[in-house]
Design a protein around this ligand. Structure first.
Ligand code: E4P
Length: 217
């Protein structure tokens, strides 16, 4: 499973990229607003330090505007993925970019039929939002499972990018369901490494090692 970080915080991206765990980055207009940075400049900087795919979302909701904005975003760097909403205009724009070998991420996917449409227009990634479905008392993970089955039935190459991930448990469940990618907030990525037995075990090892009075170096 590939790991993307879902943030517009450059410092976080830099730190996580240095761990070797990061395969890519996703952003959205809300995250860009939170970052308070110039959008295109920030995407350019991220693309320079992360060699993997970096999703940059169009702001327009109309086909023509999506094409114009997507063209600008795609020119920022080779690893930019144009992120488009799952609407009829967004799907049409996805087809436009996929026929021109520009990578796309179709976002705000909440149903298996929507994912099927994204795959049919040749999306590189489709982003089912797990957490937002959970928020309205549905099971986001059922959606990942359904999409996996459908994509395997027809050998679609569109990758399932599990998004709106809120907890380490979401990551485990998405991996079990066969999501190709999980995009997570930085805090969730860090939490994946944590376990209380690792913490207490290490504390004991450090204490016992100190008692030997030895040094490895
Ligand atoms: C995905 O690409 C989105 O940016 C993101 O995962 C949305 O997450 P949220 O529902 O926590 O805002």
């Amino acid at each position: 499973m590939k790991f993307f970080v879902d943030t517009g915080d450059f410092k976080e991206i830099e730190e996580l990229s240095a761990t070797g765990l990061l395969d890519g980055v996703t952003t959205n207009p809300s995250l860009i607003a939170k970052a308070g940075r110039d959008f295109k400049e920030l995407i350019g900087e991220i693309c320079r330090i992360v060699p993997g795919p970096v999703s940059a979302e169009v702001a327009s909701t109309e086909y023509e505007g999506m094409i114009a904005e997507g063209e600008v975003l795609a020119k920022i760097a080779e690893n930019v993925v144009v992120k488009l909403p799952l609407t009829m205009d967004g799907l049409k724009a996805t087809k436009y970019f996929s026929t021109r070998d520009i990578k796309t991420n179709v976002t705000l996917c909440f149903s298996a039929n929507q994912a099927l449409l994204a795959a049919k227009v040749g999306a590189t990634y489709v982003s089912p939002f797990i957490g937002r479905l959970d928020d309205i008392n549905l099971d986001g993970m059922d959606l990942i499972e359904d999409i996996r089955t459908i994509f395997d039935n027809y050998a679609f190459s569109t990758e399932i990018l599990a998004a709106s991930i809120r907890s380490p448990n979401h990551v485990t469940q998405a991996a079990l369901a066969g999501a190709d990618v999980a995009t997570m907030p930085p805090a969730v990525i860090r939490k994946l490494a944590e376990h209380p037995l690792t913490k207490s075990g290490l504390e004991a090892f450090v204490k016992d090692w100190k008692s030997t009075g030895q040094s490895i170096l």
